[in-house]
Design a binder for this molecule. Structure first.
Ligand code: PMP
Ligand code: GLN
Length: 397
């Protein structure tokens, strides 16, 4: 038989699925794949349930039901002062994952260069390559993940068509500063390109850090495609409802990409999300406050066990340096070992790098879990680390 698509054949199953399956196999607490173990807001779920019963169950409009497009526009105005026309500048998709692909499809031609920032979410690179575009990777370095300005500037050139920016960032928990965004905006203007802005963690920021959409910077309104996700904003990751806000000059192609990917998204879920985006300010503030408390609980416990805990300003995730534990192996071995022995699962951070020369001593833990679950996971890791300590001492003696 003829070979199938070579890029997909060379791509492994996503690390999130691999580690979740391993967690299940070993009865481990899954702090790997980022999903809450609690449900989203009752009124949002009720609205979606009620919407199943009122007879609007056929294909919704291509760009989304009107009430959700209006809610996306209102949410943009309320939180960021972004004015967007709900009829011509909003496209609803089946999750941010589809939105990312649709935005890349909207602007990239084969041979165009697309700047990507490592560590990067696992769908970015395969999709850029499947479109025949050329990824230009720029790497942020731990522990502070600061923007390497000279390298970033060098990654832009005459063939650059777009940059894909993720802030707040998975897995680093970094929230890009105004100064960093201004530097990026200047490059985007100078090179006359577009930005795909993956902002799924926009409401999950801590310690007074505020998410700033790149779209709000001077000259960026027409160049940015801003992506949100109901999965993250309403703790309903299984719903897979995403939304794109962009200038009408871009929205046409974005909608055509969406029409060729899924065409539309379940109407009842869209109507539930519309109710969610209109919720009072206190809901959004409460979401980040609750997550901040979970972050603090997990960060404190991991540090006590001996992990090197990197700061997290936003997202669901804490990145940890596993070297202080004296583990003899890389991050993949570490995450496998704690799943099998401690019965706690994390994600190896090398999965977020394109090349083999990635730092290989970081593990990512998700803290979007109930307090009892976080405490149980910490107890298991503590006992495991203590047991290993005893083994090491015995071996040395
Ligand atoms: N982008 C990032 C950075 C993510 O972490 C995720 C995680 N789910 C997504 C996109 C995908 O979002 P969705 O579930 O809405 O497709
Ligand atoms: N975004 C989630 C994470 O980073 C995973 C989503 C998925 O499994 N596709 O954990």
């Amino acid at each position: 038989m003829q070979p199938q698509n070579s890029l997909l054949s060379a791509t492994g199953t996503t690390i999130f699925t691999v580690m979740s399956a391993l967690a299940l196999e070993h009865g481990a607490i899954n702090l790997g794949q980022g999903f809450p173990d609690y449900d989203g807001p009752e009124d949002v779920i009720e609205a979606a349930a009620a919407a199943l019963r009122d007879g609007r169950n056929q294909y919704p409009p291509l760009t989304g039901v009107p009430e959700l497009r209006q809610a996306v526009a209102a949410h943009n105005r309320r939180f960021y002062g972004i004015e967007a026309d709900p009829a011509s500048e909003v496209v609803v998709t089946s999750g941010a994952t589809e939105a990312i692909t649709a935005c890349l499809m909207a602007v990239l031609n084969p041979g165009d260069e697309c700047v990507l920032i490592e560590p990067l979410y696992d769908t970015y690179l395969p999709v850029v390559k499947l479109l025949g575009a050329v990824p230009k990777l720029v790497r942020l370095s731990p522990p502070d993940w600061a923007l390497p300005r000279a390298e970033l500037a060098a990654a832009f050139g005459p063939k650059t068509k777009a940059i894909l920016l993720n802030t707040p960032m998975n897995p680093t928990g970094k929230v890009f500063t105004n100064a960093e965004l201004a530097f990026l905006a200047e490059l985007i203007r100078r090179h006359d390109c577009f930005a795909i802005c993956d902002e799924v963690y926009e409401h999950l920021t801590f310690d007074g850090w505020k998410h700033i959409p790149l779209m709000t910077l001077p000259g960026m309104r027409e160049r940015c495609m801003r992506i949100g996700s109901a999965g993250k904003t309403f703790s309903l990751t299984g719903w897979k409802v995403g939304y794109i806000t962009c200038d009408r000059s871009l929205a046409g192609n974005v909608a055509k990409a969406h029409q060729n990917l899924t065409f539309t998204t379940a109407p009842n879920l869209q109507r539930g999300v519309a109710v969610g985006l209109m919720k009072e300010d206190a809901y959004f503030a409460g979401l980040s406050a609750q997550l901040q408390a979970k972050r603090d609980r997990l960060a404190r416990g991991l540090a006590e066990i001996g992990f090197g805990v990197l700061p997290t300003q936003g997202s669901y995730f804490i990145t940890t340096d596993v070297r202080p534990l004296g583990f003899n192996g890389d991050d993949v071995a570490f995450c496998r070992t704690i799943t099998e022995e401690a019965k706690v699962t994390a994600i190896p951070v090398t999965a977020f790098y394109a090349s083999a020369e990635a730092p290989s001593h970081y593990a990512r833990f998700a803290f979007c879990k109930g307090e009892a679950v976080l405490d149980e996971a910490l107890g298991r890791l503590r006992a495991w680390a203590a047991g290993r300590g005893r083994q090491l001492t015995a071996a040395a003696g």
